[in-house]
Design a protein around this ligand. Structure first.
Ligand code: FRU
Length: 282
């Protein structure tokens, strides 16, 4: 199994389950509520740890209840976070999430926590990992961090979920790019296969698009597609993209084969949509 470092955010997710998504100005009662640790990099780290890897997480923590819950979550899953930065007087970003029947998730996100910096990342020796996975956020900071990891000869994966000014400059720096449909849609790409083919030569990349499934492009530019895997009942799609990313990182580490990794990731993410939260079935 591999030593993996995930760099990005952890959040406090306050998840309320409702029968139907409420209309504006409605008052509805939730049938369940849970406080969970979320955030793309934290979610991917927690799943990778459950798949048996030695996982570390780096990002900013604060000193409020969200941060304490994140520490408990990491500890429970054996995710090491000793080099996370502590920003006093702040807490993690909070996502108020409404899960409606059928698994749709609507997120209202608030943050006042500063972004994790390249200066904080100096405390980490990337050479002690087999892979470093970055969440595509503050591009100026990422540029410096990614350069250090590459100089250490360690593979870099980059999640490109949302549009971020200038993030395209990082595409050639990563061994693996993990796109979500949010990014493609923002840039007017309706066809993931065509988009993936248009990436610079040599780049290996994936794209997920909910029920439409997932695509992967190999280093030669050839693209394959798999339909989404549907569990018997979809109950929770929150973090499905983060689970898919963990599945790809696991699949590539274990099989060293893009097709097998894609099939594994599609199945893992689909199965998880049939269960609440990110605890994998044992
Ligand atoms: C899911 C997620 C949630 C978090 C939000 C942050 O992918 O990481 O856990 O609240 O996205 O954008």
């Amino acid at each position: 199994m591999a030593r993996m470092l995930c760099v990005g955010i952890a959040t406090l997710d306050i998840v309320s389950t409702v029968e139907r998504y409420p209309a504006e100005d409605d008052e509805v009662r939730a049938s369940a509520q849970s406080w969970r640790t979320g955030g793309n990099a934290a979610n991917t780290a927690v799943v990778l740890a459950q798949l048996g890897h030695r996982v570390s997480w780096a990002g900013n923590l604060g000193d409020g209840p969200g941060s304490r819950l994140a520490e408990q979550t990491f500890a429970r899953h054996g995710v090491e976070y000793v080099r996370a930065s502590r920003v006093r007087g702040h807490d993690l970003p909070v996502s108020c999430i409404t899960l409606a029947e059928g698994g749709s998730r609507t997120i209202v996100h608030y943050r006042d926590l500063p972004e994790y910096t390249a200066a904080a990342f100096e405390a980490i020796d990337p050479g002690t990992f087999d892979r470093v996975h970055f969440e595509g956020r503050a591009v100026d900071q990422l540029q410096v961090m990614i350069r250090r990891v590459r100089e250490a000869g360690v593979p870099v994966s980059l999640e490109v979920e949302k549009p971020r000014e200038g993030i395209e400059a990082l595409f050639e720096q990563a061994d693996l790019l993990l796109f979500s449909h949010h990014y493609l849609r923002h840039h007017g790409h309706a066809d993931p296969a065509e988009f993936l083919r248009s990436l610079p030569g040599g780049v290996v990349a994936t794209c997920t698009w909910g029920q439409r499934g997932a695509w992967a492009r190999d280093g030669e530019g050839a693209v394959r597609h798999l339909p989404a895997y549907s569990p018997p009942e979809v109950v929770d799609t929150l973090g499905a993209g983060d689970v898919f990313n963990a599945g790809m990182l696991h699949g590539l580490a274990v099989f060293d084969d893009l097709d097998r990794a894609l099939a594994y990731a599609v199945r893992l993410a689909g199965e998880q949509c049939g269960r609440p939260g990110l605890e994998l079935a044992t």
